[in-house]
Design a binder for this molecule. Sequence first.
Ligand code: S3P
Length: 744
Amino acid sequence: MDKTLTATTQINRLVVVGLGLIGASFAKGVRDAGLAHEVVGVDLNAQACERAVELGIADRCTTELAEACVGADVVMLAVPVLALKSLLMQLAALQLEHTIITDAGSVKGHLLQAAQEAFGCLPPLLVLGHPIAGSERSGVDAANPDLFKHHKVILTPHADTAPEAIVCVQKLWQGLGADVESMSVEQHDRVLAATSHLPHLLAFGLVDSLAKRSENLEIFRYAAGGFRDFTRIAGSDPLMWHDIFLANREAVLEQLDQYRDDLDELRQAIAEKDGRHLLGVFTRARVAREHFSTILAQRAYVKTMLDNDLVFLASPGGQVNGTIRVPGDKSISHRAIMLGSLANGVTEVEGFLEGEDALATIQAFRDMGVVIEGPENGRVVVHGVGLHGLKPPPGPIYVGNSGTTMRLLSGILAAQAFDTTLTGDASLSKRPMNRIAKPLREMGAVIETAAEGRPPLTLRGGQRLTGMHYDMPMASAQVKSCLLLAGMYASGETSVTEPAPTRDHTERMLRGFGYPVEVRDATAKVEANHELTGTHIEVPADISSAAFFMVAASIAPDSELVLQHVGINPTRTGIIDILKLMGADLSMERVHEVGGELVADIRVRSANLKGIEIPLDLVPLAIDEFPVLFIAAACAEGRTILRGAEELRVKESDRIQVMVDGLTTLGIQAEGTPDGIIIDGGQIGGGEVWAHGDHRIAMSFSVAALRANAAIRIHDSVHVATSFPNFLALCKQVGMHVAEEVQA
Ligand code: S3P
């Protein structure tokens, strides 16, 4: 083993057998990066050998396997899959005990079996691998040392593979810029059959099928982009692919059969003019393709969602001027998708918020078989399936950061015939779900949660829900909405009384869809046996997003800003009332009603704010706006006191603690209390603050910079995309200096 250990740190001789695209690219990459003292190429074709030396792919080349391999540290086999068996036999005869043997073949099960037969056992220095990279080009002339950069390489070590051999091969691939992962041989062959082998089969098959037809010349003359894109891979090496299909027969057949069933369904849909089926397949496929990697990683739905720390750099000063329209209301966007999906007929939504949270709701319903077109420029078309038309999702439904999706959806899912599991990101996984699980269970739902009522939630299907009256212990529109939605499926009446008024979008929208809701004082009531009918919804701009700019234009000197078409539902206007009490100069223009919701243009001018005691009754009406109100308080003269807002501790972050920490860092006197905060206005300084993955915290500190005397760096700002994807662009437009910090 001694020699192998040295090999992990220094490779003297690397032999690459097979100077096709993959082998030659590997050899050239290793040689260019100086990862081995000597790179020797082996190919049966003497011309390829000559060419490889000419192109600087290898130090020397030979047609003699034994001559190259005896005494080599690493041998890479890059030959067609079916040629591997005889190659392994030849290598076994050479008794290369100290040589690491690895390969780049697309099928691993077949190779493992061949190795077993050739060596009589699996050699510890055999490391099976497969780079997920390639091109339709082939041969030594196509060699590209960067072919593997940022591509995945899958290693499939067997149980007895020596760890140092794995490390050695891993380092080689990493040295070429690849990301190395490992998985079992079986999993590899299954995954590759679906993602690589099947599409190649289809491409080869389609081109051949068209070429065979008598009118083929005509067909190819008119073959444009779509045909070219789809069939690009039919230009790949036929021998290589012939081998792959024979070697991975079983896994490919399994994938092919499944695909054939789906193709039959598509055929039938066309024959029967079933447009909904076609639209369903196409819309789902389109999103799946756009968000493939993110869906796979169970992460985000929009690109801005990165794993690493996204820092907003907010430079001090600035004025806030102009006319803007902030994106659509998050609460209304969620509900439009939910009710649209459960309605009979089509619902057209305009002004939809294309943020992460609302996209998570779309994805959830797509997972349950609802055809949803868009969003495109805020337009979404939902093809409702009726109250009882949802289908079981293929797996757990991932709702990202969105508490609203998880809580409202639970009310619907508790009453379905099938089981569902709802999961979320790290922040959502810490948030309390017993507030909905408990009353839903009282109605007869069967719900499992993680410890202390946290997500994931599993809702068991096939339960009969019974209507009930529920006195909500906290003022929560999400809980109220969840129960009203469940109430549409429960026998008898379901009524909810709230301790203080909360947003009533669910009640309004249910009525908009023709579903009767009775609201008397603090109690909302529904009963089963009614239907939702598809409708048109115009989503107003989100007052919660507008709030950042209301505070911005109030605290920045010489500012005047008009926020267009903002939803001013009276259950949401706490921010306006509180700012006015603080002395803000806000006025509403063009107040009118759109689809059951009041909207207005809001004009904001700079003002000298003063500290106040925030009236208790306004707290639920401004529940999402407190982080930015705390910035207003920091800029106000005197003390601002908030009480009765313990709910802030269980939002996307503990908004009291996180704001106290940030404000204190910036030199503002701020003290948290169990249910609120006390802030003394003062001079805001610069510094580093953390948003803790909470969109509204990141945006609030961005606003604070308008009155800071130095820059504020806001860490962990990535979740701004959940509710306000174009926040930075609008900041720039009005004159604020906030930007993503470019990572070195
Ligand atoms: C929402 C209700 C509020 C709010 C959230 C959206 C809704 O949550 O904070 O952003 O759309 O119903 P609670 O119901 O937890 O107060």
